[in-house]
Design a protein around this ligand. Sequence first.
Ligand code: TXE
Length: 481
Amino acid sequence: MTDRYRSLIDGRWGAASDAVPNVNPSDLDDVVGLAPSADAATAQEAIAAARAAAPAWGDSTPETRATVLETASSEIRARQGELGTLLAREEGKPIAEATAEVGRAAHLLRFFAGEALRIGGELIPSVRPGMSVEVTREPVGVVGVITPWNFPIAIPTWKIAPALAWGNAVVFKPAESTPGSAEALVDILHRAGLPAGVLNLVHGSGSVVGQALTGSPDVDAVTFTGSVGVGRGVVASAAASGQRVQAEMGGKNPMVVLDDADLELAVEACANGAYFSTGQRCTASSRLIVTAGIHDRFVERLTERMRGMRVGHALDPATVVGPVVDERQLEQDLRYLRTAAEEGGDVIGGELVERATRGHFLSPALVLGTTPGMTINREEVFGPVASVIRVADYDEALAVANDTEFGLSAGICTTSLAAAKHFSRRAQAGMVMVNAPTAGVDYHVPFGGSKGSSYGPREQGSYAREFFSTVKTTYVNPGRV
Ligand code: TXE
C-alpha cells in the first residue's frame, strides 16, 4: 500500500503530491508513500500560522497542554505495532527496534505531559528592602524543528513534545526519507486537541524548507539534529537571524575495553553499540579502544558475535541488522571501508548481501589494526562499521578516547570502580556509559554532547526547559503595606 503524505498548515491538510517517493530500504520495489516537496512560500504560510497561534497557546493552562500530550501518548501506545511496522518499512530498522522506538515516543509524550504541569518559578527576596523578585518561565514563541531520518518518530517527539509543553507553537520539517512516521505523529497530536496553527508540518527539502525556518525573523528558535556539516550551517544561519538554536550533530564515540573487563559483557555492549540500528545512531560505539591484555580474545569473540548477526528485511523477526537507509548512505559506508583498507586497516565483513527482496543489505564490519589518525577513526561513518584500536594501558586508552573533534557519548568496560569513576570525570563527552553500549539512552534524562557534537542546551528530561522556555525576572515593590 502506498500512502500519500500532506503538509499540515493552520489546522488544514494540504494537497497530496507525488514529488518524493518514500522507498522501503529492505525492498526497493515497495514504495511506502509519496510526499510533497514544499516551496518557500508554503513554509512561510506555516511560519505565519504558528506566529498567529503562539500567543493563545502560550496562555493555555498547563492542564490543556498536558491533556493533549497525554492523549497523543495513549494513541501512540495503542497503535504501537502498526506504527512500528511503518517505521521499519520506511527506515529499515528491525521490527523489534522500530516498535520499541514507537514506545519511546509514547513515554516521551507522557513525560512532557507531566513537565507541562510542573512548570513553576521562584520567589526570591530582593537585596532592596520590601522588594521581592519573581523568576518565571515563558514560552520562546515559534520553534522550528528540523530532524533526520534515523529516529523518525523519537527525535521529532523529543523536540515537539517539550516545545508544546512549555507553550510554544511549532513548524516541523522532517527528513525527506521518513515522512510517514513524521506525519503519523503530527496527525495524532493534531487530533489530540491542538488548536489550529500550534503544530504545522511541512514536507520538503533542507535547502528550501529548512533554510526558510533558519532564515525567518518570525521563528524564535530552531532545534536541529543531523549531520555536522548541515548542523554548523543551521547554527550560523539561525544565529544570523537572531534565533535561539540547538544542534545535535555527529559522534565518533569511543568504547574503551580494559584488561579487567567482563569479556562477554564487553563483547555484547560493543556488538549492540556498533551494529544495532545498522550503526545509524549518533551514539553508536564506533571506536573500540582495547588494551593489549584482552585485545586478541575480545576481537575473536566480537568477530564471532558479529558474523552471527542476521542481516535482512526489517520486517523479518529473525533480522538483527536491517538494511542501510538508502543508496547514498550505502555508498558512504563502502567508501569508508575502502579508505580504511587503503590506509592499512584489516577489514572483516562489510560485504553486500543478497536477500529475497532487493534492498541495501550490508553485513556488519570490523576494522582491525587501526591507529587513531586513520580516516575511519576521525569521521562519522553512520553505518554498521566499527574499528579497533589496540592500546597499551588505561592512560593511553583515555588519551585516544578524547582524541576526536566529537564529544557525544563515551563508554568503558571494566570491573574497576576507580577506572570507571576516573573515566567518567575525564572523558570529554556529554554522556558516559560504564559497562553498557554508548548508544541506548533513557527518555527522562538530559541528552547531548560536548565539543563538535552539540551546540546549545541539552535535550530531554527537565533540562529541555532551558531551550524551550525563557526566563523573566520581575521586581515587585508592594509600596506601603
Ligand atoms: O542529514 P542532514 P541526512 C549524518 C550521516 C548521514 C548524513 C546525511 O552521516 O549520512 O548525516 O543524513 C535538513 N538548512 N547524520 O541527510 O543532511 C534535512 O532536510 C536547514 C548524522 O539525514 O544533516 C534533514 O531534515 N535544514 C546524524 C535534516 O536537516 C537542512 C543523524 C538533517 O539532514 C539543510 C542523521 C539546510 N541547509 C544523519 N540541509 C546524527 N549523528 O545523529 C538539510 N537540512
